[in-house]
Design a protein around this ligand. Structure first.
Ligand SMILES: Cc1ncc(COP(=O)(O)O)c(C=O)c1O
Length: 393
């Protein structure tokens, strides 16, 4: 039987396993030296001042919204073509959520739609407090324009870079995603299918000293053990003493996960090179088929390789193509069901038709397998199946 080709998978080697085993033999299982080492490695790699490691990418988004003081009466915007976590972060805080449609060429927020919506919002005196800009698939096309608009309209810009650890900005390839001077904070996810993994895990990077200090407290109940921050410590209080200054959570990553993260970080450049090679190969081999291919770039982290069926030209439906691939044990996927069409968001008043570009994208998109361990043979199998289905259906 032919082997299964997943749409993505983690890359774990003996060094990763040894790093985790060493941690298990050490004194620290929860936050300790590995967490600090992981944060230092991530901050240095991304090129940003502070990194705060947390339990997952969703927690990272929630904490940033909390740290920025979003609350009831507040407003968060994001794009519908994302995982629900990008929008839910605002709802956790009791804020309203709204969406800006995407540019179908990139799958990310459309700067033109953003400008139009911001201008209307200003006129109506209802500007968003936070824009969560999602680097869909690991791309950052048009991001400088999004950043400039946020600066012009006074909106806090947060980058949801769950897909984009290791990516560089399209407009400034010397900078890694997460180091943009105009972003208030950037969040990453280390779920197994992402650029690197810690099993579950996330990271926030920020230039802001005060936000970094608050986030470090918020991930652990809002508690500080830093004597310089104490406000009510008495002389008789000893080393046991701590103070809670904010209402936080237990969103700590543990050292076992961080040890894996430190080990994975050592191979991030190889992971990026392998994903970019697959993307270039798909671009060559799929040209000429009735598919819209993603914009070519070597700056993306290529978390996803999303093709769109051209319904005018293809003689097969997306569902039939998906089933054909699955029948060959090729586990293509679909990203994303537009968030506003989820039952939870419909109950809040959203309806199909609200964001047509995202809905059209969803109807025709297909995520092809892409991951560092994918071989030429694996990829040839995917391409052969697609050619067969699209040309001889
Ligand atoms: C765009 C986006 N944002 C946020 C998240 C949440 O990350 P996590 O699964 O680590 O909580 C994901 C997860 O897939 C994601 O794709």
């Amino acid at each position: 039987m032919r082997s299964r080709i997943p749409y993505s998978r983690q890359t774990i080697d003996d060094a990763d396993i040894a790093a985790v085993a060493d941690c298990l033999r050490s004194d620290f299982l929860t936050q300790g030296p590995q967490t600090r080492a992981f944060e230092e490695a991530a901050a240095a790699y991304v090129g940003c001042a502070h990194a705060i490691a947390v339990s997952n990418g969703t927690a990272a988004l929630h904490l940033v919204c909390q740290g920025l003081g979003l609350g009831p009466g507040g407003l968060l915007w994001t794009s519908p073509n994302s995982f629900v976590a990008s929008a839910n972060a605002g709802r956790y805080m009791g804020a309203d959520v709204d969406f800006v449609d995407i540019d179908p060429q990139t799958g990310s927020i459309d700067p033109v739609a953003l400008e139009a919506k911001l201008s209307k919002a200003r006129a109506a005196n209802r500007k968003p407090d936070i824009l969560i800009a999602v680097h869909f698939a690991g791309h950052s096309f048009g991001f400088d324009r999004v950043a400039a608009l946020c600066a012009e309209y006074g909106v806090a810009l947060v980058e949801d870079a769950a897909h984009a650890f290791g990516a560089a900005y399209e407009d400034d390839p010397m900078r890694k995603v997460g180091s943009h001077p105009q972003s208030v904070a950037t969040t990453f996810s280390f779920h197994p299918l992402k650029s690197i993994t810690t099993g579950e895990g996330g990271m926030i990077v920020t230039w802001s000293d005060s936000l970094a200090r608050d986030l470090a407290m918020l991930r652990s109940h809002g508690i500080t053990k830093d004597s310089a921050m104490m406000t009510h410590m008495r002389e008789e209080d000893g080393d046991w003493y701590y103070e809670q200054h904010l209402l936080g959570f237990n969103y700590r990553i543990c050292d076992i996960q961080a040890a894996l993260g430190v080990s994975q970080m050592k191979r991030i450049d190889a992971f990026m090179a392998a994903r970019r090679l697959r993307a270039r190969r798909y671009a060559e081999q799929l040209s000429g088929l009735p598919l819209h291919l993603p914009l070519a770039t070597d700056r993306s982290s290529w978390h996803l390789y999303v093709v769109r069926l051209d319904p005018g030209q293809a003689s097969i439906t997306r569902r039939a193509l998906f089933d054909r691939l699955r029948g060959e044990r090729i586990e293509a996927h679909v990203h994303y069901i537009p968030i506003h069409t989820q039952p939870y968001y419909r109950k809040l008043g959203f309806a199909p038709g609200d964001f047509p570009q995202s809905e059209h994208y969803y109807e025709n998109c297909l995520s092809l397998p892409i991951y560092p361990l994918m071989t030429d043979d694996d990829q040839d199998r995917v391409v052969a199946c697609l050619r067969d289905a699209l040309l001889y259906a």
